[in-house]
Design a protein around this ligand. Structure first.
Ligand SMILES: [Fe+2]
Length: 279
């Protein structure tokens, strides 16, 4: 039986990736981004200590693979590899992500059996939803294969908080029903407070970000009671992506605990991370 050994909630944003590219060229971060890099040093150590054999990553695409004519609510990648999406300025100098079709197919079958009507993708191009934070917590070549699960966070109607929680529960069941004796970490990634369009462009709310990080380990039910429109009002439209983090918490047991968390605000989008581990 495979085991969920931990969970990671983490922000993503395009500039996070651009800054890491600059760091690899120059060996330095700008003062805005240095705290994010510093904060991910301990995270990276702790994540490595979990010795994951596989990552299940719940994220959202930003119309870089899917488009408004064909936008599934929940899609799963089952390919051998997941190329980087070109977001309009060319692909960054990072390799494709490794998949594991045996895991991908097992997760797809198990989630469909749990009544999730998935879009199944053999060829899924992955954008900054995964590529921006990944090089901060893992080195190239990527050490761990992944199964990406893309959830619509860009166009109404969004899936409900309960649906995202149930997705996390179903992922845990799927992992535990696998015959492979492997260690799995469930990652959920969504930007924290930010708004990148309209008259409120640029608003953010670091207090909301810190409060969310503090509450998620033991307060999932309370966080789910808050309407997504309230997160959007208080934290900016794209703060809706915080609801993806519910899947990570729900994929862990009630006795899982926070091993590490931190928050910073480099540019436009609140950035934070929460690593939880099973006892
Ligand atoms: Fe996003």
């Amino acid at each position: 039986m495979a085991t969920v050994v931990g969970g990671l909630g983490i922000s993503h944003t395009p500039s996070m990736g651009v800054e890491h590219d600059a760091y690899r060229r120059t060996g330095e971060f700008t003062p805005r981004w240095q705290p994010w890099f510093d904060g991910t040093r301990r995270l990276r150590e702790l994540l490595a200590g979990l010795s994951a054999d596989h990552l299940v990553v719940v994220y959202n695409d930003h119309l870089n693979h899917f488009d408004l004519d064909n936008l599934p609510t929940i899609a799963i990648g089952i390919g051998d590899t997941f190329p980087q999406a070109d977001e309009g300025w060319g692909r960054r100098p990072l390799p494709d992500l490794d998949g594991d079709p045996e895991w991908g197919i097992h997760l797809a079958e198990s989630l469909v059996a749990s009544e999730f009507d998935l879009t199944i993708c053999h060829d899924l191009h992955v954008d900054h939803g995964i590529y921006s934070w990944l090089p901060y917590v893992m080195d190239v070549p990527w050490p761990t294969p992944i199964t990406p699960i893309a959830v619509n966070m860009v166009r109404a109607p969004l899936p409900t908080a309960n649906r995202i929680r149930q997705l996390g529960v179903a992922i845990r069941s799927a992992v535990e029903s696998a015959s492979r004796a492997e260690r799995v970490v469930v990652v959920a990634t969504g930007g924290m407070s930010h708004q990148i369009s309209g008259g409120r462009f640029g608003i953010a709310n670091e207090g909301l970000d810190r409060w969310f990080l503090d509450r998620l380990p033991d307060g999932l039910e309370d966080l789910m009671k808050i309407p997504v429109t309230e997160y959007m009002r208080v934290g900016g439209t794209e703060a809706a992506e915080l609801s993806l983090w519910f899947a990570m918490r729900a994929a862990l047991s009630a006795s899982a605990t926070a091993a590490y968390r931190f928050q910073t605000f480099p540019f436009i989008t609140g950035c934070g991370a929460l690593l939880m581990v099973e006892p």
